[in-house]
Design a protein around this ligand. Structure first.
Ligand code: FAD
Length: 478
């Protein structure tokens, strides 16, 4: 559906580009650091219409559509928002996305749609992410979306993992009329959207409301069920499922392999974020205890997870929160936007610093981290300059807690317990290609982080949708 009229003129484009720009409104740092509520103040109708009217409606193919991993027809949505047709704009997003209200909040827009907006050349990009949130929130409040079914099917499909890949796969399978049961190891659905990304970036209500849409459409849920341990993939086929989708992500935190890593007071990022951010009734039984941080906290790593940990530690009341990163700020993989918010909220940074051991105090708890200074050496295979230790530069920082935010690995359990399911690189699932998402085991499909390694909500969601279409095709031919 192309909603934008064809006769768009160059003069209109110039006028639109020259409209004044107002950036996102954030709650003041001193206020937001005291709670876990959303930091962004959502658009009202007036603000949304003015912002959408800045879109200059590039000729096809619009760069924002190309850059969006799910290829949302953003120009058409902008046109409809500008004209006050918010339901129509939401319908545009539903055509290509299963989680638009979530991607509108957590996508790295500055690298995707907004990053490719042609207005970047001389102006500021259209705030397409926040406009997506606006349209979807309007729809939920005024005229809620319902999953509609194209046909009825006799097939049952098991979806393993309730993250963005699993939720999107379940959504499209429901649309295709299949009976879907989602098996999830945690008590609640959402994957890292609930058990990872903090509430101040993505309010969990947005995920649970989306999940309710799927429940209303008939999806069944079995929480606290670890496939590979409580049941096997073979067992699911024996229960009568005709196909299985594996969207189990990469849930194992990377280790530093340095002395003192297991001391009390040293946390893994996921464990810390779950204990720190998730409401009590959704916490797994072994994670009910809140983190005991103390006043001085070191977060180790340079990605978005590190920013999330810094900001969570500040919200939990720690006074001095410092990020230790072994390269310089230029090489940091995490987004600038999140890092700036962390800085505004009080996080400190120490670059070219590599922890070499965690040291215990007399009580046996973590008391300090010994580090070595680094300098940048030759570029590695990816072109990033390698950090090299400066000999004899060791020093210690007194800390009460440390949080390791270093990256994630897959859990190898499914490869070990599923005959003929090929895995590689410590457990990533091998698929035939990124269109069909077929694994080496007939009837078993996989997509999301468990295939690509850690990536994004939007890429996992796209994989789940594509895999669902491939599963539907497979079932039609059974
Ligand atoms: C702290 C943090 C912050 C992030 N911030 C962002 C962000 O701002 N924007 C963004 O786009 N991306 C972000 N990401 C990345 C994003 O969350 C992931 O790329 C995305 O969630 C991957 O989706 P998935 O469905 O493949 O896996 P997951 O979200 O990991 O979901 C997998 C699900 O499978 C379950 N599971 C695992 N094994 C089993 C099993 N054997 N049986 C049953 N269930 C199982 C898990 O409990 C989990 O619920 C962040 C990640 C982290 C860790």
């Amino acid at each position: 559906m192309q909603a934008v009229p064809g006769e768009f003129l160059e003069i209109d484009r110039k006028n639109r580009a020259n409209q004044p720009f107002n950036d996102l409104t954030l709650r003041p740092a001193s206020e937001r650091v005291c709670d876990f509520e959303d930091v962004v103040i959502e658009f009202d109708e007036t603000r949304a219409k003015v912002e959408a009217a800045r879109c200059i409606h590039c000729p096809d193919p619009a760069p924002c559509m190309v850059a969006c991993p799910t290829h949302n027809d953003i120009p058409s949505a902008m046109w409809l928002i500008e004209r006050g047709d918010y339901k129509g704009a939401s319908a545009i997003y539903h055509q290509t996305s299963s989680l638009p209200e979530i991607c509108g909040r957590v996508c790295p827009h500055e690298q995707l749609c907004q990053g490719s907006c042609v207005l970047n050349k001389d102006h500021e990009p259209v705030l397409t992410g926040q406009l997506e949130v606006f349209a979807l929130e309007w729809e939920r409040e005024n005229n809620p979306y319902k999953v509609t079914k194209e046909k009825t099917s006799k097939h049952k499909v098991a979806v393993v993992g309730a993250g963005p890949a699993g939720m999107a796969c379940a959504h499209v399978l429901l649309q295709k009329g299949h009976e879907v049961t989602v098996f999830e190891s945690k008590p609640a659905p959402g994957g890292l959207m609930v058990y990872g990304i903090p509430n101040f970036k993505l309010p969990k209500t947005a995920v649970f409301e989306k999940w309710q849409d799927l429940l209303d459409a008939g999806v069944k849920f079995q929480g606290n069920t670890y496939i590979g341990r409580d049941k096997t993939v073979d067992g699911l086929f024996a229960e009568g499922y005709s196909a299985v989708f594996l969207g189990v992500g990469t849930g194992i935190d990377a280790k530093m392999e340095i002395p003192g890593e297991d001391l009390p007071g040293v946390y893994e990022a996921t464990d810390f974020l779950i204990r720190g951010n998730v409401e009590d009734h959704n916490l797994p039984a072994d994670k009910k205890e809140k983190p005991l941080l103390g006043n001085k906290v070191a977060v180790i790593g340079g990605g978005d997870t590190a920013s999330d940990c810094l900001r969570t530690a500040l919200r939990l009341g720690s006074e001095e929160v410092i990020c230790l990163y072994r390269r310089t700020e230029n090489e940091m993989p995490g987004g600038k936007k999140d890092r700036q918010m962390a800085k505004d909220e009080g996080a400190q940074y120490r670059f070219l610093t590599q922890p070499v051991q965690f040291l215990a105090g007399e009580d046996g708890r973590l008391a300090a981290v010994e580090c070595i200074e680094m300098k940048l050496g030759e570029p590695d295979a990816k072109g990033r300059r390698k950090p090299v230790p400066v000999e004899g530069s060791n020093f210690s920082i007194a800390i009460d807690s440390a949080i390791k935010a270093l990256g994630y690995w897959p859990d190898p359990i499914l490869g070990k317990t599923t005959p003929n399911l090929d895995v590689h690189d410590w457990g990533l699932i091998t698929v035939s290609d990124r269109q069909s998402f077929k694994t080496t085991r007939p009837g078993v499909f996989a997509g999301g982080d468990d295939v690509t390694g850690p990536d994004l909500v939007v890429t996992a969601m796209v994989a789940g949708r594509k895999a669902a279409l491939a599963i539907n095709n497979y079932l039609d031919n059974l």
